[in-house]
Design a protein around this ligand. Sequence first.
Ligand code: ADP
Ligand code: ADP
Length: 221
Amino acid sequence: MLNLNNIAKTYQTEKIETIALKNINLNINRGEFISIMGPSGCGKSTLLNIMGLLDEPSDGEVKVNGKSITSYHDKEMASLRNSKIGFIFQSFHLIQDLRVIDNVELPLLYRKISAKERRRLATAALERVGLKARTSHFPSQLSGGQQQRVAIARAIVGKPELLLADEPTGNLDSHMGNEIMQILESLHKDDKTTIVMVTHDDELAKRTERTIRVYDGQLIH
Ligand code: ADP
Ligand code: ADP
């Protein structure tokens, strides 16, 4: 569903050039659960951002469902991203002054969906992560693990084909981390969601189908 062909990414800041990625060739098949591992600063977040169409490569080609997106404009990229991709981050990225349910509805605001339907879909997504009883809470009233479950509900509310998770358990203790992993495993098994997860945890990586290792901006096989 996603092909990265000869991807490179260079960051240019003043006089310093950082090569974050080079020679990246990677195919992600529909339904896979993939983990990405590698030391800090090796390019994992950059890779995930390119997969998620949040960032454009400096070189190479990204194909979504067989179609090159090189010629896409920002607006087309945003629309593709909003309809097909969900994101989860280490630090949850919830909006603190919105209630749980309103956080989960956010991705649907870009779509032509009635308020009633938005509420129905968000409630179902919260039910999916076991948080239906917390819809009216604010994020600060929840534990870290619960906040991450809200973030997962927000990521899946639009039924994305691809779920990208950047160290989703990095801020959680192992018990809560395991709960989050179980939800991801269930989304993979039961809902057939394709998942790519960055992790530093070997035990979690072993539970995925394939581990990709990044070192110094390159994939090592
Ligand atoms: P990781 O997620 O593995 O920690 P990153 O993808 O965040 O690695 O970063 C890879 C390299 O690119 C690092 O050297 C980092 O400092 C650099 N980098 C990442 N984002 C930027 C940016 N926006 N501007 C400049 N350099 C960046
Ligand atoms: P993590 O290691 O938890 O993945 P980082 O703290 O490395 O996250 O990066 C957070 C964000 O900051 C990333 O999206 C990355 O693009 C950006 N970033 C990382 N390194 C740099 C840098 N040297 N200059 C500017 N932005 C950066």
